[in-house]
Ligand binder design. Structure first.
Ligand SMILES: *Cc1c(COP(=O)(O)O)cnc(C)c1O
Length: 383
């Protein structure tokens, strides 16, 4: 059975983005590809093989279920890091398969060490430091308190990393806060060093941090949004390109999301379109109905705001986004037929719709719209 829309992925775009990212990094800095949120909606099962073919050998996810999906989808036994939730019941599997995970609580540390001792394999852990985001992580006194545990369980623990996460590197407004985070992070690194504990990787930067705080790229970066061809915020791109002569966007979107016209109709001046009275036709109009709605990840925020491409033209979404459908103003198109392509994210003719052109409503919109693309929309890799 056919779905009402499809997603296509372009591996060439990924290779290009990875080349761009690599150029920003010191030779010795390792690259970790962040694939949480179903690879930002691209699909873990589809994305992992093309990333491996592009040379990626390290992936980061948020929880153990995602780690398991990466583990199954991968061909080349990449390193896998869980940055967030892992149930104690999943620790045995993680340790057995060398899956790395963040540790941010003494309880997790001692359970991991104990399970590692039983299994005869080392638990590969990253010590997450609370530096000011107030999400997860050991603050300095807590870190000091667990140093004896780290030393005691030396033979059961492989300390892969010491890490933290900046609270909003994509916005200059957070600059001072991030400088404070850097200081706390450095104190945490010093504390370990004084105790002769040597993690393999010091890592703090995500996409925005990598561009904006390159001095903090350290031993490893955890990059998500950039590799998919999106900037973390417009501001990050402006800051990156500001000193450059060539202002072209060096990134290329991997994802294309498209559907087709399901039905067309004429609407008379003075009639309302869709639920309620949010859209009043100011003139005689032609509209097309496309079979995609909020159930498919086309956010209700885009009611009367979204844009799609039909016949290479930018056409507004009119009225409220329905659960399974949207109405599109095609008055300026020529004789649109049922079955004609409707581009939701991607290019048609000379026009391109990035997720961001859905509206400058929020920095986080790219992230949210991408990760909300449902798992069951079919994904195709187009070579
Ligand atoms: C999501 C996430 C990243 C990647 O963020 P991007 O902005 O997509 O590069 C890095 N580190 C942590 C801890 C994250 O949660």
């Amino acid at each position: 059975m056919n779905h009402s829309s499809r997603i296509e992925l372009n591996p060439k775009a990924l290779r290009r983005n990875l080349r761009f990212i690599r150029k920003q990094l010191p030779e010795a800095t390792r690259y970790c590809s962040v694939v949480k949120g179903n690879a930002y909606g691209h699909g873990i099962e589809e994305f992992i093989p093309i990333a491996e073919q592009a040379g990626v050998d390290y992936f980061a996810v948020y929880n153990s279920h995602e780690a398991y999906r990466v583990f199954l989808a991968a061909d080349n036994e990449p390193d896998i890091m869980v940055m967030g939730y892992i149930d104690n019941a999943d620790l045995d599997w993680a340790i057995e398969h060398g899956i790395e995970f963040f540790v941010f609580e003494p309880d997790r540390l001692s359970v991991a060490a104990e399970k590692a001792r039983q299994s005869g394999k080392k638990a590969r852990i990253h010590l997450e430091i609370e530096t000011g985001m107030n999400r997860t992580g050991f603050d300095l006194p807590q870190l000091e308190a667990v140093v004896p545990l780290l030393l005691e369980f030396e033979n059961s623990l492989e300390i892969m990393g010491i890490c933290t996460h900046f609270a909003g590197a994509e916005s200059i407004g957070n600059y001072v806060r991030i400088q404070q985070q850097k200081e706390v992070y450095e104190q945490a690194c010093n504390l370990l060093q004084e105790n002769n504990i040597k993690p393999h990787y010091r890592h703090v930067n995500c996409s925005a941090g990598m561009i904006r705080y390159p001095e903090m790229n350290l031993d490893l970066v955890r990059v998500g949004i950039l590799q998919y061809g999106f900037w973390p915020s417009m501001e990050t791109f402006i800051e990156y390109s500001q000193p450059l002569e060539n202002k072209d966007n060096p990134l290329k979107r991997l994802i294309t999301w498209k559907t087709q016209v399901m039905s067309t109709k004429e609407v008379m001046k003075g009639e309302y379109i869709g639920y309620g009275t949010t859209y009043l036709a100011q003139k005689r109009m032609m509209i097309a109905i496309a079979p995609v709605g909020y159930a498919h990840g086309y956010s209700r925020i885009l009611s009367n705001q979204g844009r799609v491409l039909v016949q290479g033209r930018r056409c507004p979404v009119v009225g409220i986004v329905n659960m399974n459908a949207i109405a599109i103003d095609i008055t300026n198109c020529k004789n649109v037929q049922k079955g004609e392509e409707v581009m939701l994210i991607g290019r048609q003719g000379t026009h391109t719709l990035s997720v961001a052109s859905f509206g400058e409503l929020s920095n986080q919109l790219n992230y949210e719209l991408l990760t909300r693309l449902p798992m069951d929309i079919p994904r195709y890799v187009i070579n």
